[in-house]
Design a protein around this ligand. Structure first.
Ligand code: AMP
Length: 273
């Protein structure tokens, strides 16, 4: 696997590597787990060359502690990527992504920024757009692999790609879960033993919503139950899965979304139904 730290070297590597077919790209913030690796696997199956990036993007963190405590496991990540057969790891420095004098544009992602993650994490999706825009320019992939676990992020990135007319196909991949249903996440390793035992209630709650005839009416009691178990809920709601607006009688595809703290760790999850 090539390990490359700057854009110019990446361009040379992509030009000189003897591969046939398309380039698949999996952007990550590292602390890799099976969920990330499932994206790599899919990219490998569908492309001649797979690039994974690891970059902990400061501009998408609206909470300094969350940024400072974001897990870093680079040696292990490199091993996992080697084993998964990833062709190239792109490890840019902060200056590679945000060169001196970088002026962040404003991305017109409008209503997507006003709800759920957008309203609880001001500036978060502008930061996501900044880094993804820059990475797509540097890697210039044919296909971009994203996890449905970050449901709203997938919608934002698709919108960014439409807005800027970037020639890349987005492939959204299913959420990988632990045996007890907890969505795999780099943040899970920050959970205490007791909080880790409680964390699967998040997915169990989403399943209850997806399996009920009147999901909306269940929400208050489900929130209360989670709060009694010690969760601090930012949101637990059902929305139209196509645009995240409020559901109506005509909504066909719904998504239940949750963001909740257990201790200091904020977890998100969703289920489409
Ligand atoms: P992150 O490193 O958290 O920024 O995630 C990098 C990519 O992996 C994003 O597209 C995530 O949605 C995706 N991802 C994270 N967790 C999972 C999971 N449990 N299953 C599938 N994809 C995931």
């Amino acid at each position: 696997m090539f390990i490359i730290k700057n854009g110019a070297a990446l361009t040379t590597c992509l030009k000189n590597s003897m591969f046939e077919g398309s380039i698949g790209f999996v952007p990550t913030m590292g602390a890799l787990h099976e969920g990330h690796l499932s994206l790599i696997k899919k990219s490998k199956a569908q492309n001649g060359f797979t690039v994974c990036s690891i970059f902990i993007n400061p501009t998408q963190f609206n909470n300094l502690t969350d940024f400072e405590k974001y897990p870093v496991t680079l040696e292990k990540d490199i091993d996992l990527l080697e084993q998964s057969g990833c062709d190239c790891l792109f490890l840019p420095s902060i200056h590679e992504i945000y060169p001196p004098g970088y002026q962040a544009p404003h991305y017109a992602i409008t209503e997507l920024e006003a709800v759920f993650e957008g309203s609880y994490r001001p500036g978060h999706f502008q930061g996501v757009c900044q880094v993804v825009h820059r990475l797509l320019n540097l890697v210039a992939p044919d296909k971009l692999y994203l996890g449905e676990k970050d449901f709203q992020q997938c919608m934002v990135i698709k919108k960014l790609i439409r807005l800027l007319n970037i020639p890349v196909v987005v492939i959204v991949c299913a959420t990988l879960r632990e045996a007890d249903g907890l969505a795999m996440s780099s943040r899970n390793m920050r959970l205490s033993e007791e909080d880790r035992r409680k964390a699967p209630y998040i997915y169990q709650t989403l399943l209850q919503i997806a399996n009920s005839f009147n999901a909306q009416s269940l929400l208050p009691s489900l929130k209360k139950e989670l709060e009694e178990k010690g969760f601090k809920i930012d949101y637990l709601d059902v929305a139209d899965a196509d645009n995240l607006s409020a559901i109506s009688e005509t909504t066909t595809r719904k998504v239940a979304l949750i963001a909740a703290f257990i201790g200091e760790v904020r977890l998100i999850d969703n289920i489409v139904f």
